[in-house]
Design a protein around this ligand. Structure first.
Ligand code: IPE
Ligand code: IPE
Ligand code: MG
Length: 244
């Protein structure tokens, strides 16, 4: 039985987050430049986004460029920005009823990229299907620090009572405040770490790591991750008996 056939369509994770890793190593293995890996990785993004939308995933959050990735060689950063600009395909989003969104410190992005992103966000704003969220110039510590700053300002201006701050209020100040926490976090490329991604939000997410490099992570690999997720028991601190 294929992995797709094993998927229970009534129990699709609402929010899937992915750390898309391994583009550079994939290219190196083929004797090519790292940028070639990013190019093929961008094709994977479209394939996985389309499959996730078809399955009924409501939020797909893709770690596309981290705060720390600004520290890569300038030519790689420039190539990634150019690729980002070229890869925003509004037609695919419109065809699949996908709403496009971005989280991260987008002020740091080049103007031409930000303009393209904002146009696509506006154009797809009324789509009612899956939310495709790119984490760009994003890191959890940036996000949490920003939230703390905003809360401090709200307290200072009298709009927020410090006594009222609980985890729900805190979540409301994060860039992800429009979506539920990830049910499933996938990391491709073999590394077993979170690399500053959705640290607060993944408190109870199911983690799935695989060795496949992102450019090779196609339909069946994605279906496998979903099917493995569906076999897990999520207890949220309770006992197995309480769950069943
Ligand atoms: C992930 O692939 C893409 C980005 C971080 C932008 P990498 O570029 O990290 O590829 P590896 O991990 O070096 O193989
Ligand atoms: C994480 O990948 C960031 C993205 C996938 C955008 P990295 O390749 O930057 O992570 P580290 O540096 O190996 O932890
Ligand atoms: Mg990497």
């Amino acid at each position: 039985m294929s992995y797709k056939e094993q998927i229970d369509l009534n129990r699709i994770p609402c929010h899937v987050a992915i750390i898309m890793d391994g583009n550079g190593r994939w290219a190196k293995q083929r004797g090519r430049e790292r940028s070639y890996g990013h190019q093929v990785g961008a094709e994977t993004v479209h394939i996985i986004a389309e499959e996730a939308a078809k399955l009924g995933v409501e939020y797909l959050t893709l770690y596309t460029f981290s705060t720390e990735n600004w520290g890569r060689p300038a030519e790689e950063v420039t190539a990634l920005m150019g690729l980002l600009f070229e890869s925003i395909e509004e037609e695919t989003f419109m065809k699949n009823n996908i709403r496009f969104r971005v989280i991260g410190d987008t002020d740091k992005l080049p103007d031409y990229v930000r303009g393209r992103l904002n146009a696509c966000i506006a154009h797809t704003a009324d789509n009612t299907g899956m939310n495709l969220v790119l984490a760009l110039s994003y890191s959890s510590r940036w996000e949490i620090t920003e939230a703390a700053k905003k809360m401090a300002m709200a307290v200072q201006s009298g709009d927020l009572n410090p006594e009222e701050i609980d985890s729900e209020v805190f979540s409301g100040y994060l860039a992800t405040n429009f979506m539920p926490d990830p049910d499933l976090l996938i990391r491709t490329g073999g590394e077993l770490r979170l690399s500053n991604y959705l640290l607060w939000q993944c408190a109870y997410s199911e983690l799935y790591f695989c060795d496949t490099y992102w450019p090779d992570f196609r339909e069946e690999a994605f279906f496998k991750a979903i099917s493995v997720f569906q076999k897990r028991e999520r207890r949220f601190g309770k006992t197995s008996e309480q769950i069943s």
